[in-house]
Design a protein around this ligand. Structure first.
Ligand SMILES: NC(=O)c1ccc[n+]([C@@H]2O[C@H](COP(=O)([O-])OP(=O)(O)OC[C@H]3O[C@@H](n4cnc5c(N)ncnc54)[C@H](O)[C@@H]3O)[C@@H](O)[C@H]2O)c1
Ligand SMILES: O=C(O)[C@H](O)COP(=O)(O)O
Length: 603
């Protein structure tokens, strides 16, 4: 074939790739150390995640902006690692100005971390820590697009919120707040404030997650009949507490009391509205310690006035603080608190520690306890996947460098050959690293686990994955990874598979990633340093010829491997080199008569 006789890549200058600095290896950048949480921590989930790392040397400490009040213990933890700037009550403009000087931002529910904040950060902001559960005040899409990790503190305030829900439930049923105000104004109205009993009444818990299930448990203790609606809650968790999971319509139609515990999302926004209030039992009582936005507040006022809703107790509002003249807040049968669900001494101490640990871990580039906008990988799984993560990135790098200039990379197909069942093998980390490998050599974008999928999508890069299920014992997670780039031409024609895609395949041997296939040629070269691939007529002396060209320039050859179709026919030689050969040496390799094409690839 003419294209084979004329090497497609004889000009070494065209081999140069992105000149932006590279970290020594993806893995060391991603996981330089491992931060361990105390094993005794009761609800500690140990997850690892890739983020950009920030230096913690005293001269170059990262800066953490704490924009809302955080418990002392958390601040102390942060100060051991970072410069901590506690600036409360910043205006949106002040926040945007300050953020360009910060590596991390910690907020509670009172600060809107919108797109403008990420844009103003100029790429410096690496992590946003939400000291609490709800992340509806953080623009997750913008964070992801900017490669900024968002972590929260999902467990430390659960009990506090549940206790506040129960406090509001009981206070509402017995008119505690109204009666208190009445007595303090000099009145003694015993007949006016006759309440209703809780025992034997049906409570519908909407959102049966951490807080919802703790509320249910406590309400059972008060003798209530508890039902719950949550499309995603496991039935066995409900059964274990003695709660029946029912449909939304059944929950709202049968309940005497409704307690809300779902997150605010587009799906839950104004979930209680004119239509749903109309389906409720007349005289229903509603507690909301979740988010104000899950109720259409104007519809609630109408339902109160129409007698559908007898009472409501609200800790949260669609706008916080609500307007002082809000009809809802001023309503005689509504009890309100200023978003106090998480505000106990104990919860705030726990939340502060939980978020400080997560933020410090993320800044170290190693570990975040609770990532919201990135896949989380249990530490034991990560340890096992480490060499495969490196293999994945390097295969991506190799494959994209084989694409001929001018052919846009749009379709990448990844095959994982594994003995593991799909639910025992999470590929998100590997996919992110392949994406990183494919994108970084051809752009100036920094790709990490947070923004990999977004960046791929934005560039119109479609990554499809398939698993090839192998028989055998599932001791190691993966047998091999194959990366194919479709609908492109290659600058190294031998890298094309029989079906017309650029194809590279690798596996891990003794913990080291190896390239094992290029196109349809079997090779075996460890993926360290860089690689020269040559297609040649299979004949004696080729290894020596190329080896001595490199040797003359003192380029150390780490590995050589020849894969051939048949003896004395065509072969592909893969040569691992520790250093980059000069243009002159590469030119000389290309001029060896038996060499039909060659390519130099940086790992
Ligand atoms: N008032 C406060 O100070 C305070 C304190 C803590 C938590 N919260 C809020 O309470 C809510 C629950 O917190 P959590 O820690 O239990 O969260 P969680 O994630 O553990 O539970 C939320 C549950 O809601 C369910 N859900 C999602 N969509 C739903 C839908 N359409 N219908 C019914 N259920 C749905 C989820 O499946 C999940 O089980 C959040 O909104 C959180 O922000 C408020
Ligand atoms: O979502 C939460 O964790 C609660 O609403 C608490 O919010 P806060 O941290 O502003 O008290």
């Amino acid at each position: 074939m003419a294209s084979l006789a004329t090497p497609t890549l004889k000009n070494p200058s065209s081999l140069s790739l992105s000149s932006k600095p590279r970290l020594p290896s993806a893995l060391s950048a991603a996981f330089p150390n491992t931060l361990h949480f105390p094993p005794s921590h009761p609800q500690r989930r140990r997850f690892l995640i890739i983020t950009a790392s920030a230096s913690s040397s005293s001269s170059n400490k990262p800066t953490v902006l704490v924009a809302e009040k955080l418990g002392e213990a958390g601040l102390e933890l942060l100060k051991q690692f970072a410069n901590v700037d506690c600036s409360y009550n910043l205006s949106p403009e002040e926040l945007c100005t300050k953020i360009s000087l910060c590596d991390a931002l910690i907020v509670r529910s009172g600060t809107k971390v919108n797109r403008e904040v990420f844009e103003s950060s100029g790429g410096r902001l690496k992590v946003v820590g939400r000291a609490g559960v709800g992340i509806d005040n953080v623009d997750l899409s913008a964070a992801t697009e900017h490669g900024c990790l968002v972590v929260n503190a999902p467990t430390a305030n659960t009990v506090a919120a549940a206790e506040h829900g129960i406090a509001l439930l009981a206070a509402m049923a017995r008119n505690v707040a109204q009666a208190d105000a009445s007595v303090k104004s000099g009145k003694w109205q015993r007949n006016k404030y006759v309440g209703v009993s809780l025992v034997g009444k049906t409570l519908a818990v909407l959102g049966f997650g951490k807080v919802g299930s703790e509320v249910a448990r406590r309400a059972k203790g008060l003798g209530m009949h508890v039902i719950a609606h949550d499309p995603y809650a496991p039935a066995d968790r409900a059964r274990a507490i003695g709660v029946e999971l029912v449909s939304f319509d059944e929950a709202i139609a049968t309940a005497d009391f409704i307690s809300l515990h779902m997150p605010l999302t587009p799906a839950t926004n104004k979930m209680l509205n004119d239509e749903t209030f109309a389906k409720m039992k007349k005289g229903v009582r509603i507690v909301n310690v979740a988010r104000g936005g899950v109720i259409d507040e104007e519809a609630l006022v109408r339902a109160l006035d129409d007698g559908i809703v007898a009472q409501a107790a609200l800790d949260v509002f669609s706008e916080e603080p609500p307007k002082p003249d809000s009809k809802l807040v001023q309503h005689e049968r509504v009890t309100v608190t200023p978003h106090l669900g998480a505000s106990t001494v104990e919860a705030q101490e726990g939340v502060a520690i939980e978020i400080a640990e997560a933020v410090v871990g993320a800044l170290k580039g190693e570990l975040a306890a609770t990532a919201v906008n990135a896949p989380m990988v249990p530490s034991e799984v990560l340890t096992e996947l480490k060499p495969y993560v490196e293999l994945a990135e390097k295969l991506g790098r190799l494959a994209v460098q084989l694409v001929a200039g001018g052919s846009g990379v749009k379709n990448v197909k990844v095959s994982y050959a594994t003995t593991r069942a799909p639910d025992d093998f999470d590929t998100r980390l590997l996919r992110a690293m392949i994406t990183k490998g494919v994108i970084e050599p051809i752009s100036s974008v920094f790709v990490n686990l947070v923004n990999a999928d977004f960046t791929a999508k934005q560039r119109g890069l479609r990554i499809t994955e398939e698993r090839v299920l192998l028989d055998g014992s599932p001791e190691s997670p993966l047998e091999s990874i194959q990366v194919q780039i479709a609908n492109v031409e290659s600058k190294f024609a031998s890298a094309m598979s029989e079906t017309g895609e650029i194809r590279v395949e690798g596996r891990v041997k003794d913990g080291i990633p190896h390239l094992t296939k290029v196109g349809s040629f079997e090779v075996d070269v460890s993926l360290e340093g860089s690689i020269i691939l040559c297609r040649q007529v299979d004949q004696p002396g080729m290894i020596g010829t190329v080896g001595s060209i490199l040797g003359e320039e003192n380029v150390n050859v780490s590995f050589m491997s020849v894969g051939r179709v048949a003896p004395r026919k065509h072969a592909v030689m893969a040569i691992g080199v520790d250093d980059q050969p000069s243009k002159e040496s590469l030119k000389r390799i290309g001029e060896v008569p038996a060499i039909e094409e060659f390519v130099f690839l940086k790992l």
